[in-house]
Design a protein around this ligand. Sequence first.
Ligand code: CP
Length: 315
Amino acid sequence: MNSLNKKDLLDIKSLSPDEIMLICKTATYFKDVFTRDVKTVPVLRGKTVCTLFYEPSTRTRLSFELAAKMLSANTVNVPVTTSSVVKGESLIDTVRTLEAMKADYIVMRHEASLAPHFLSQNINASVINGGDGYHAHPTQALLDTYSIIEARGSVEGLHIGIIGDIKHSRVARSDAIAFKKLGAKVTLCGPSTLLPDEFKQYDVDITYNLDELLPKLDVINMLRIQRERQRGSLFPSIREYNRLYSLTDERFKRCKPDILVMHPGPMNRGIELDDAVADSPNSIINEQVTNGVAVRMAIFYLLAGGTPFSDGEGN
Ligand code: CP
């Protein structure tokens, strides 16, 4: 595997297992950059990276911006709520404006599924998907994969549970595809109203009973309840959700002692999981955030045509 040989990074479906591993291996080298006093390398010197987020974000937008800065790129964020978008400018015109200003990479998040795919076919700049509707969040899946490999050495053979609001989750869709491609057993679990039948197509197991599933898991990924995407009530109450699907301190005691606890953030503490669990030694939630920068550096590097590092490089 020489490089990604792609213009864009749009979803996990279009990456082979070797390409996913290439991104993870390259991220290992870029994580070393964090430990240096001078945290920059000249990979994207002279290039411009624009972040264009039509939905709120803390982790994804900031980590792309940090990653680009550490690779010596010029970075600019389009503040959508105070840009010409509010005057009715279309997505394609906004992005063509960025291209006219010579943007080389456009990192975008949009509420419409496949918006980045549409853009990628209509502009020359590289498009990186920072999350589109319910559809995909490929860089989250790559950093989740990387974080598991860092902690356990491999994803293959692990039993990974993805718990909660599956229906509205682009993370669940992208994670399930990535973990399956690398040989994990994946079980999705949540209330039936938040776990529709369409998920059977992902070749995953499905259960509505968290208590039965918990003792079998090597990794548990707790999803955020996406109240902003729910129309009408999809579970009786937060109290009921908590009773059946929260990773409470009590439930945590029934997990394997070395279970990895993950959450893509932002967390609703006390709803998806208890403080004691989120802050326990089993939790790699903060490490996921750190790894997000390294993985996004690797993605920029490989989209720019960077070739794999040989062992010993990057230290
Ligand atoms: N995990 C994730 O996408 O977080 P943000 O919404 O803060 O970017």
